[in-house]
Design a protein around this ligand. Structure first.
Ligand code: SF4
Ligand code: SF4
Length: 126
């Protein structure tokens, strides 16, 4: 396998199975509460790596064809054009490469309860 044919071994075209958006580094209870809302949605995860914090939305791109080709190759967005297969999701998925990774409400809620001693009392002032 080499850079030329590597993608042909990637049966699910892993880099076309999700989108991400960077979020500001969460610091306060309210910041994390907002993220708890996000990860409460199906297929929405949160992770932190050396570059920062990101939401990841697992949903296959509508342009991915059954044979693994891009249906809009000539018009694909910059993010797709700039993505290289040098060290990509085929080598290590997002979760394995993350410092912190939260798949759902429960995982992030547990993390926040350890991080903030008042986490479970945050609604009392309302
Ligand atoms: S760039 Fe990586 S993740 Fe994307 S299709 Fe090629 S091998 Fe798979
Ligand atoms: S536009 Fe093409 S290359 Fe980009 S994510 Fe969709 S299928 Fe993959």
């Amino acid at each position: 396998m080499n850079a030329e044919n590597k993608c042909s071994y990637c049966s699910q075209s892993k880099c076309c199975q999700y989108s991400t958006v960077e979020v500001e580094t969460p610091r306060s209870i309210r910041d994390f509460d907002n993220l708890v809302w996000h990860v409460s949605h199906l297929n929405t995860h949160l992770f932190k790596d050396t570059d920062g914090w990101y939401l990841v939305f697992y949903a296959q791109c509508q342009h991915l064809e059954p044979n693994g080709n891009c249906g809009i190759y000539e018009k694909r967005p910059f993010i797709c054009r700039e993505h290289t297969n040098d060290h990509c999701e085929y080598d290590m998925d997002i979760k394995a490469g993350a410092e912190l990774y939260f798949m759902d409400y429960e995982e992030l809620d547990n993390y926040c309860a350890k991080r903030f001693k008042n986490w479970h009392k945050r609604f009392e002032k309302l």
